[in-house]
Design a protein around this ligand. Structure first.
Ligand SMILES: [Zn+2]
Length: 397
């Protein structure tokens, strides 16, 4: 059925906001949009909203399977200390409880999210995602610093992924965890195994990672030794995280570089020149002790920026609107429009869904939200990055 949604504001993202706009949908697709002086052909099923219509948001980095840890891993002054707390807690369970995953997906949906970049070590969220309306880039993540048969490890995991029933809106790929937790050989094997899907990696999250790659010392080295996975034949590359992953074939337009808290301007420009994406998760960075996300420098570098919440182990909720509010606070010079592009269009493109989601354009999927806008709001973009709560959000049928 064809429907026409009229609203005080329409934010197509691919073009500036339209005052008193409309969006027409049919069979779950967008078929048209316009302003007050253009007339939709058919007003059947019309509704008028005192709201802003925008595309469903994209949370480009989370770990649904950690949802059971909500509120159980206290903030720490530095990231290795936080990771130790998380690992100790994870060892207390034999598998990831499914109910918190189901609840987290529902909560993300209620807060306006239509697409996730979901990191998984166990595929525990695959079935709950398949049962939901949430689209996802499913990043099956590998760790292994002392692995004897890297190609075999990748082949085994690939077979495990391919055993899952294919779901049109779930797109799996095999990805590395981070430069300090994956051996050079395993990085190479993962890079060699890719098709055209995006590849996520936690990059330059902590100062300890920079030290580890430069000198081979510090807290990450200590942790690898404590876990008995240290490899005596490894020697530090003596370079930055960006140069390191470039040496291992991962620096390209499909790279989804998560966090990047510790990168300098030259490295950010290098990511930009490669067409890669930085996913910023500033609330998580604050919680884990990784540091203050340099959001203004991300945008100044010209790199494509997307937004992630990270997992419920290091953030209060999975709301992209909450993340946007902190980004606005950390980066007052970045226009709200750029932040909204990151939370929609850039996230969708980074996760390989740019042709279907992320903007309001004819032919894309009609996964649209309406955000109630109070009287007296003139700058709707500024309003939308001020911390929108779920009670102000409605999905358009
Ligand atoms: Zn993460």
């Amino acid at each position: 059925m064809r429907r026409v949604h009229r609203a005080r504001w329409v934010l197509p993202i691919a073009q500036p906001p339209i005052r008193d706009g409309w969006v027409a949908t049919e069979d779950q697709a967008i078929v048209g949009l316009g302003g007050p002086h253009t007339c939709p052909a058919d007003g059947a099923g019309e509704q008028i909203l005192d709201a802003a219509i925008l595309p469903g948001l994209v949370n480009a980095h989370t770990h649904l399977e950690l949802s059971w840890m909500r509120g159980q891993v206290a903030p720490a002054p530095n990231m290795p200390g936080w990771v130790e707390r998380l690992m100790a807690l994870r060892r207390t369970v034999g598998h990831e409880p499914p109910l918190p995953i189901v609840d987290a997906i529902a909560e993300a949906r209620a807060s306006g999210t239509t697409l996730l970049g979901d990191i998984t070590n166990t595929l525990a969220a695959y079935a709950p995602l398949a049962d939901s309306q949430m689209s996802a880039a499913v990043f099956r993540e590998l760790l292994g610093f002392n692995v004897s048969d890297s190609g075999g490890v990748v082949a085994t995991v690939r077979a495990q992924v391919e055993k899952r029933p294919p779901v049109a809106w779930l797109r799996p790929s095999i990805v590395p965890h981070a430069p300090y937790s994956v051996s050079p050989e395993l990085l190479d094997a993962i890079a060699a195994a890719q098709s055209n899907r995006p590849v996520s990696i936690h990059l330059a999250e902590s100062a300890e990672e920079i030290e580890f790659l430069q000198c081979g010392t510090g807290a990450w080295r200590t942790l690898l030794s404590a876990l008995r996975v240290w490899n005596d034949s490894w020697s530090p590359p003596g370079c930055s995280p960006v140069d390191y992953i470039e040496q291992h074939g991962l620096l390209n337009e499909r790279l989804v570089a998560v966090h990047c808290v510790q990168l300098g301007d030259a490295e950010l420009r290098k990511l930009a020149n490669a067409g890669a994406t930085v996913v910023t998760c500033p609330r998580s960075n604050r919680w884990t002790g990784a540091g203050r996300a340099p959001v203004e420098r991300f945008y100044a570098s010209g790199v494509r920026v997307a937004v992630g919440t990270d997992s419920l182990a290091s953030v209060e909720d999975l709301s992209v609107f909450s993340e946007l509010a902190l980004m606005r606070e950390l980066a007052p010079s970045v226009p709200p429009r750029a932040l909204l592009e990151s939370a929609t269009m850039h996230g969708a493109a980074a996760l390989g869904f740019g042709d279907e989601l992320g903007t309001i354009e004819a032919g894309k999927r009609a996964e649209l939200i309406a955000v109630l806008v109070p009287d007296g709001v003139d700058d709707v973009e500024e309003y939308l990055v001020s911390g929108i709560t779920a009670d102000r959000i409605q999905w358009l049928a």
